[in-house]
Design a protein. Structure first.
Length: 164
């Protein structure tokens, strides 16, 4: 299975997505396999799965739509996208700690704008956000079918869709 990991940063593919991982990122400092924007990935071949974790929120809303269209474009028929983004349902952009993570305390402000430790990197700032309804709609606009969106732990939305 060929797995595209756009916006990979320095993270690795979770074990449950076993396959040939192709890492794509706009920032050459993270040494991806492909240096490109998720909104214009070029001719990179076809994939069975696109795994995109905590990346779409770093784009402006129109660019998040373009990225989802690009995911659809590079998927083989029957291929799927797995998307995780912060869940902003009921979240206020305050400094109240919502939970602790390996990166430190996470606040509503972090979910809206990005973690304070990463704000100097313009690629890590958040420019859009999602709740279940808006993520489902974005996947549908891009042409995905069999869309599933679930609220996960620690204010995560987990979504999947299939290319018919």
């Amino acid at each position: 299975m060929r797995v595209l990991h756009p916006g990979c940063s320095d993270s690795i593919l979770p074990l449950q997505f076993d396959g040939e991982e192709i890492r794509l990122d706009i920032d050459p400092k993270v040494q991806p396999d492909i240096v490109a924007s998720m909104t214009d990935m070029g001719e990179i071949g076809q994939f069975d799965l696109v795994y995109c974790s905590h990346t779409l929120e770093h784009l402006h809303p129109a660019d998040a739509d373009r990225a989802l269209q690009e995911f659809m474009r590079v998927l083989r028929p029957g291929g799927a996208a797995f998307i995780m983004v912060p869940d902003l349902e009921g979240i206020q952009p305050t400094h109240e700690v919502l939970f602790d993570s390996a990166a430190g305390p996470i606040t509503g402000h972090n979910l809206y704008y990005g973690h304070v430790s990463c704000m100097e990197n313009p690629y890590m700032q958040h420019h859009c956000g999602f709740v279940a309804e808006t993520l489902r709609a974005a996947l549908a606009r891009a042409g995905f079918t069999q869309i599933v969106v679930k609220r996960g732990p620690l204010h995560n939305l987990v979504a999947g869709g299939v290319k018919a």
